[in-house]
Design a protein around this ligand. Structure first.
Ligand SMILES: C[S@@+](CC[C@H](N)C(=O)[O-])C[C@H]1O[C@@H](n2cnc3c(N)ncnc32)[C@H](O)[C@@H]1O
Length: 422
């Protein structure tokens, strides 16, 4: 198949280059690994009605932002998508991706945090596969289920990197393929093994791996759960608010320094002093513990049973004004809107799917002053913000947090202010 020359004009959400034919008309091309201002040669992988998915063959005119990937696995490993992008340019590109997605909403986009590109990732999901050729442990190859064996990963927190590698010693006890979840507090690590039955033999083998760095391993196979050593770590405590307790299976931001900046920002933007706050998708209380320091009360919910139990424990131990309940935001919001219940401020941090049009419309009826929306998906965020601006809210601020350098992941916080509230 012949190569096609494409001029790249922007980056798609997800990080692919977006471009058009250098000569003549044709559909829009999406080319992973290509950067704005570049001319590249690409090969067609898939032609859809309105766009063509391409594979980068060669960069003809490189962008000034292109660098030699520092990681030796960059070519084969799908863990990072942006090893070829100068770290200093990555936050700017992420802000541009968000601004492109929010186009039409007429808002500026600021960068709130950009961190070091190596050793930051304290939480990760790795994959393993046992084959005749040996045991592979690492990340999936780009757009594939193949596991790339990574002996050392430069973006992982060093303690997590070392701890995960220890599993090679018990490869024979593990299923033929699976996942490893890891969380580090900087010096100590807990690992999680989903779809592994906690048999006495497995637990004994895993116990032998524990030391001062790898302090606990939790296994979950169907309804059976077991662990050796410690299950939870205390992370992200500051002199102003208490630590949260997270396990390998809990949700937690991957970047400790970035998360501190994110929590500060959410609290500043929520302006919740003395106010009634509804927090949706609260997890184990990452934002809750900080909001509750000054709010009149925070009503926090999440569907994760363990997270809510942990948050209830934290509220009690620290005597914080928090009501934590296991509840689905998708069920709760319409009920609150129908019963005309209101809160001064809503803080929400949904998974990629976002809130959805109905959920967002309900949130706009429930919040009387502000909504602080934390998102990891600019496309679903744009859909929800459109609803909010039609339902009486203005966008006050859009701030991008580059919590995962070297990848195309982006975290965005949007503050919405009620036109009738205050
Ligand atoms: C992006 S995490 C945010 C967690 C927390 N805010 C933090 O910063 O650690 C999304 C959370 O949404 C929860 N979740 C997923 N679907 C939900 C739903 N329908 N209703 C409420 N919570 C949900 C997950 O359990 C997870 O804790």
């Amino acid at each position: 198949m012949s190569n096609t020359r494409i001029r790249i004009r922007a980056l798609a959400h997800g990080g692919d280059g977006i471009g058009n034919l250098v000569e003549g008309d044709g559909p829009t091309w999406f080319v992973p690994g290509a950067l704005p201002q570049e001319v590249v040669e690409a090969q067609e992988v898939r032609a859809a009605k309105r766009f063509t998915q391409g594979r980068l063959v060669q960069v003809v005119e490189p962008s000034p932002a292109r660098v030699e990937p520092p990681c030796p696995y960059a070519e084969s490993c799908g863990g990072c998508q942006w090893q070829h992008v100068a770290p200093i340019k990555q936050p700017e590109f992420k802000a541009r991706i968000v601004a492109d997605q929010l186009r039409g909403l007429e808002t500026g986009v600021r960068v709130g945090f950009a961190g070091p590109e190596f050793g930051y990732r304290r939480r990760a999901r790795l994959h393993y596969r046992r084959a005749e050729s040996g045991f592979a442990l690492g990340f999936h190859a780009p757009r594939s289920r193949e596991v790339v064996d990574v002996a050392q990963c430069p973006v992982l927190d060093p303690a997590l990197d070392v701890a995960a590698q220890k599993l090679r010693a018990v490869a024979g006890l593990l299923p033929a393929s699976g996942e490893v979840l890891g969380l580090s507090d900087g010096t100590r690590v807990v690992l999680g093994l989903p779809r592994v039955k906690p048999s006495p033999e497995v637990l004994e083998g895993l116990r032998a791996l524990l030391d001062d760095t790898l302090v606990g391993i939790e296994v979950r196979g169907g309804r059976q759960r077991g662990h050796v050593g410690q299950r939870l770590l205390e992370v992200d405590g500051t002199p102003r608010w208490p630590a949260v307790r997270l396990g390998a299976f809990s949700f937690g931001q991957a970047n400790a320094a970035g998360n501190r900046a994110l929590v500060e920002h959410v609290c500043t933007r929520a302006e919740a002093d003395g106010l009634r706050v509804l927090e949706l998708y609260a997890g184990a209380g990452n934002f809750t513990r900080a909001l509750a320091r000054t709010a009149q009360r925070v009503w926090a919910s999440d569907t994760d049973h363990d997270a809510i139990k942990t948050l209830q424990g934290l509220a009690k131990a620290e005597d914080l004004p928090i009501n934590a309940k296991r509840q689905s935001a998708t069920n709760l919001l319409p009920k609150l809107a129908e019963s005309r219940s209101t809160y001064d401020v809503i803080v929400l941090d949904p998974p990629r799917a976002g809130l959805g049009k109905e959920g967002m419309a309900a949130a706009c009826r429930v919040a009387t002053q502000r909504i602080v929306y934390v998102s990891c998906d600019p496309a679903t965020l744009a859909r929800d913000l459109e609803v909010a601006t039609e339902r009486g809210f203005d966008i006050d601020d859009v701030t991008v947090f580059d919590l995962m350098p070297m990848t195309s992941h982006v975290e965005v916080v949007v503050t919405l202010r009620s036109r009738s509230g205050g």
